[in-house]
Design a binder for this molecule. Structure first.
Ligand code: BES
Ligand code: ZN
Ligand code: ZN
Length: 489
């Protein structure tokens, strides 16, 4: 649990205090804390450089048993992301020490340029996200998450930011839920199971849940989604989550790619590309978890989450390269490659959302292409949108949350690459190059004139090595981004 505190450490006893220290400037205003930092810096091994740390037991005047000082580096590099990472590292340190609670001191000095509330928010996020351990498949659980993380702030700031811890907690709980789902092995989240996991959480959050099963999908003509699902024994689902406040100003729709395992289908992926394909439902996880977070944030807009869920497998019943299928929207699609499956389930879900809900804005999140990772690397998502205002808002939300996004082009003339001799469109481009763009252009053919953006999260949705506030596995990318974006639309 996150909490703000404004207490006098001279009077009140706190077992463990963690203090951020800059290597070149004083970042605290409280005299006692400044004196303690000075004392810590007397040790040769501690200067306040990033990753440096030192623990003092007892400091005259401070009633704490244990004071941990952790380096932040030079003050010019201290921004909200540096503080987010710092508090993630601080929580990890406390977990390693088997503590159950801790108090972190929030820097107050003007030396740090960003506004106090932004710094505090980032520290709350880093702590909440860093406090997560994915250990449900380990019999022996070596570490435990902290029960309580408090932040020492001045009284005026405590009043000003009183609602921040609950908001951050709601959003980060969503991000952690998405991480859990993405990290889960593919044998435990096949489509029927994954859709019921989502439904359970969504009902707990009091969202409206609708699920289209295979029968309903057939009846309503979801030809593209059903084609992708044909190779798997697990039957597909379309999960629709609705958040409906009383007087909604507008409707926003999020669509998330939910491929619980992407073997590639008949165009089977090679070894080395298969192992992490349990993450191919990261868009679905982010959309579902965002709606669950939204249910406690209670914004004044109607929000729809549409989540098509399939498993892409090769088998005797699988769809083939060369097949022509009819999408929900009526256009026919020639299958150039069964591994370009994400776009097929997305177009059917998007057409359905447009028809049923007529949203003012529609945004899809998908681990859509390896090409996007080649373009932007593993930490930055690609944003594709014909709408400048919408793209700008997404990039701004990316800056704020450090779920980084970069705008990519949608060149009209590249659409030629998707031409098919036999059907209305082909599901892959006819050259090796620009695969993230042709994938986005393929989607664009199905969105009509609704304000729309596609976010390719193939890179940042999953990490193999832990970072300051995320363990290996799903990152929950997209949840913080979309929650922040809601205020900007
Ligand atoms: N799920 C993959 C994209 C992907 C690759 C996500 C690596 C995360 C990491 C997607 O379905 C896919 O296979 N895309 C193909 C498209 C190609 C066949 C046109 C790709 O990117 O190679
Ligand atoms: Zn694929
Ligand atoms: Zn895929």
């Amino acid at each position: 649990m996150l909490q703000l505190k404004s207490i006098d450490l001279r009077k009140i006893k706190v077992k463990t205090v963690v203090i951020p220290v800059s290597e070149d400037r004083e970042i605290h205003t409280d005299g006692l804390i400044r004196a303690a930092v000075k004392e810590a810096k007397k040790f040769k091994e501690f200067n306040g450089k990033k990753e440096e740390e030192i623990t003092l037991h007892d400091f005259p005047g401070l009633r704490s048993k244990r004071i941990i000082f952790m380096g932040l580096g030079a003050v010019k590099g201290v921004d909200p992301e540096a503080l987010r990472a710092w508090s993630g590292r601080a929580v990890k340190k406390c977990i390693q020490m088997s503590l159950s609670e801790t108090l972190m001191v929030v820097p107050t000095a003007k030396a740090i340029k960003t506004e106090f509330s932004l710094n505090l928010e980032a520290m709350l996020e880093g702590a909440s996200l860093g406090n997560h351990l994915f250990d449900r498949y380990k019999k022996e659980k070596k570490q435990k998450s902290l029960k309580q993380i408090s932040f020492l702030v001045p009284l005026a700031e405590l009043k000003k930011n009183a609602r921040l811890p609950r908001r951050v907690e709601s959003i980060c709980r969503g991000a952690l839920l998405a991480r859990e789902w993405v990290s889960m092995p593919p044998n435990d989240k096949r489509p029927e199971r994954f859709s019921s996991l989502i439904a359970t959480e969504a009902k707990k959050a009091k969202l409206t849940v609708k699920i289209l099963d295979e029968h309903a999908l057939k009846q309503k003509g979801f030809g593209a989604l059903l084609a992708v699902a044909a190779g798997s024994h697990s039957r597909p689902r379309l999960v629709i989550l609705e958040y409906k406040p009383k007087k909604a100003r507008k409707t926003i729709a999020f669509v998330g790619k939910g491929v619980t395992f992407d073997a590639g289908g008949i165009n089977l992926k090679p070894s080395g590309s298969l192992e992490d394909m349990k993450m191919d439902m990261s868009g679905a996880a982010a959309v579902a978890a965002t709606l669950i977070a939204v249910a406690s944030l209670k914004p004044g807009v109607k929000i729809i989450g549409a989540i098509p869920i399939v498993e892409n497998m090769p088998s005797g019943t699988a769809y083939r390269p060369g097949d022509i299928i009819e999408s929900h929207d009526g256009k026919t699609v020639e299958i150039g490659n069964t591994d370009a499956e994400g776009r097929l389930i997305l177009i059917d879900a998007m057409s359905y959302v447009l028809k049923q809900y007529k949203p003012g804005v529609m945004i899809d999140l998908a681990t859509l292409t390896g090409a996007c990772i080649i373009a932007l690397g593993e930490k930055i998502a690609g944003v594709f949108s014909p709408d400048d205002g919408l793209a700008e808002s997404i990039l701004a939300a990316g800056e704020k949350t450090h779920e980084r996004c970069w705008r990519m082009p949608l060149p009209e003339d590249y659409k030629e690459q998707l031409k098919s001799e036999f059907a209305d469109i082909n599901n892959i481009g006819n050259t090796r190059w620009g695969g993230a763009i042709t994938a986005a252009l393929f989607l664009s053919e199905f969105v009509k004139d609704t304000r729309w953006a596609h976010i390719d999260i193939a890179g940042p949705a999953y990490i193999k090595k832990p970072n300051a506030y995320c363990g290996p596995g799903g990152t929950g990318f997209g949840v913080r981004l979309l929650c922040d974006l809601l205020d900007k639309l």
